[in-house]
Design a protein around this ligand. Structure first.
Ligand code: SF4
Length: 499
């Protein structure tokens, strides 16, 4: 099976044996039996994340689209929180008049649960189309209609001929998977089926090879969380070695997404995020792919560029660029290195981003002393070993957890880092403990490539120099948990079959 054939996207537990609960040494994660890891659980869980959230986050990026959340009112409520970021993204992409994203809910109630919600969904699609005339309409099927057996595809096929707009749908019921990252696959599934496979013009034909002298075209799969400055940096680097790029599918329109079927290579920016779409383009359109690195830090950016260049015989051009860029950025960060040397850093983020950022920090002379990742799958395994090797075999604890702040706070107290680097909602917990914190990325900052390397170094030094706010905060807030909890292992509630 694959993206084209899948009627419903399989959970990542099944598709890539992803794991949501593990605590132990970084060196242990690659040695554990995959099946045992996949079945790990928690006896107590303080938080969770439904796959609808990343799906919604990605689909709301599509320009002039309307999202209809088919379900109870609460399911779509995160759409409010995403408005600011979506508007800011569009602003950075040159649209100063960007409006709030359009999202609706069918707001199913008790009566609908008894009588079914299909009619309400049909009416909502037609009303949204009539009133807002969006370029695409996306229906997100949540737990309630799935449990009562609403026929989502039946409604979509009935309505499709009645409206002249692209109609996308996604099965993103939270109860079907514990691995929130499945939501990426669900969003890709919706985009591909809506804009390519079931589009009114049908799927585009396969490209007939490159003509002599034609510059190669590469798909760069962007992330909903990736800022425009990072896209500009990647485009700059690839253009400099003679490669043109198509960036999508987030923030891309129907035409751009269809154009992605005509590229000469697909390149992931984050393998964990992209593999489902990359494999579709490979299987259905024969487009080769590079799916293993994230261009963050010098070594990873070097590998990323050389892998791409190797597909077109452009290795010499890539090497010349890499050497020039590395020389420039190393000179630029020289002034920051004394302040960063030997700093013990703790990372918290999605697995791949946390791991490659760890490599960047090591290149700046820092040491990784702990890492919390929101899930684990095989794409990350070798990167744990790389981090350990880079610090001469010094191992560090890791926590695979879909948030679970009680584990994070306990682990931080035991590890006691000099610097914490995570997403804003993680940083709040570290700030309460008084640690200097930096946000792993913000959409208006540079983070990838050479510009990112410089900016991250600068940001780390600035926060290490002045973290008085966090220090004061820690003196004025109570302990988050009882002292008995800190006497236990942070992983006390993780139930492992292997154990
Ligand atoms: S778990 Fe189900 S009910 Fe809860 S937010 Fe997700 S889709 Fe909605």
């Amino acid at each position: 099976m694959g993206l084209k054939e899948d009627k419903i996207v399989p959970g990542r537990e099944e598709r890539v044996a992803a794991c949501m609960a593990f605590g132990g040494c970084a060196s242990g994660i690659g040695k554990q039996d995959k099946i045992c890891l996949k079945n790990n659980e928690r006896g107590f869980s303080q938080a969770g994340l439904c796959q609808l959230l990343p799906t919604l986050g990605m689909l709301l990026t599509l320009p002039e689209t309307a999202v209809i959340v088919h379900g109870a009112i609460g399911c779509g409520s995160t759409g409010f929180g995403m408005n600011t970021s979506i508007r800011l993204h569009h602003l950075l992409r040159g649209n100063p008049n960007a409006k709030d994203s359009l999202w609706f809910s069918t707001n199913l109630d008790e009566s609908d649960v008894v009588h079914g919600g299909e009619q309400r969904l049909e009416e909502t699609i037609l009303a949204v189309n009539e009133k807002y005339k969006p370029k695409s309409i996306i229906v997100m099927h949540t737990c309630t209609p799935s449990i009562i057996g609403d026929d989502l595809v039946g409604v979509i096929e009935k309505v499709r001929p009645l409206i002249d707009t692209s109609l996308l749908y996604s099965h993103c019921e939270g109860f079907k998977t514990k691995v929130w990252a499945t939501g990426y696959d669900v969003a890709f599934h919706a985009m591909v089926h809506g804009f390519i496979e079931k589009d009114k013009d049908g799927p585009p034909p396969k490209k007939e090879g490159r003509k002599p002298g034609e510059r190669p075209i590469v798909n760069v799969i962007n992330l909903a969380s990736m800022g425009k400055p990072d896209e500009v940096e990647l485009e700059r680097l690839l253009n400099a070695i003679g490669i043109d790029v198509v960036i999508g599918p987030n923030f891309a329109d129907r035409e751009t997404i269809r154009r992605m079927t005509q590229a000469d290579l697909t390149v992931s920016v984050c393998p964990t995020h992209d593999d489902y779409l990359v494999h579709y383009l490979n299987t259905e359109y024969g487009i080769p792919c590079v799916l293993k690195d994230m261009p963050i830090g010098l070594e990873n950016t070097r590998r990323w560029l050389l892998d791409i260049a190797g597909n077109f015989g452009l290795e010499n051009e890539a090497l010349a660029l890499i050497e020039a860029e590395e020389a420039k950025v190393k000179k630029g960060v020289e002034k920051y290195l004394p302040a960063l040397k030997g700093i013990k850093v703790f990372l918290s983020a999605g697995e791949f981003r946390a791991l490659v950022t760890g490599g960047l920090f090591q290149e700046l002379g820092m040491e990784i002393v702990g890492l919390r990742s929101y899930h684990h799958d095989d794409f990350g395994t070798e990167f744990y070993d790389r981090l350990i090797e880079a610090q001469k075999g010094k191992d560090f604890p890791i926590d695979i957890a879909n948030f679970q702040p009680f584990e994070l706070v306990n682990l931080l107290k035991k590890v006691d880092p000099d610097l914490f680097c995570g997403h804003v909602f993680d940083n709040a917990w570290a700030a309460r403990l008084g640690y200097p914190t930096i946000t792993i990325f913000r959409i208006f900052d540079h983070y990838v490539g050479y510009r990112g390397f410089y900016e991250v170094a600068k940001k780390a030094v600035r926060n290490l120099r002045n973290h008085a706010f966090n220090a004061k905060l820690s003196q004025n807030v109570p302990e988050a948990y009882r002292k008995e909890w800190y006497e236990k292992s942070p992983f006390a509630y993780i139930k492992s079959e292997a154990a």
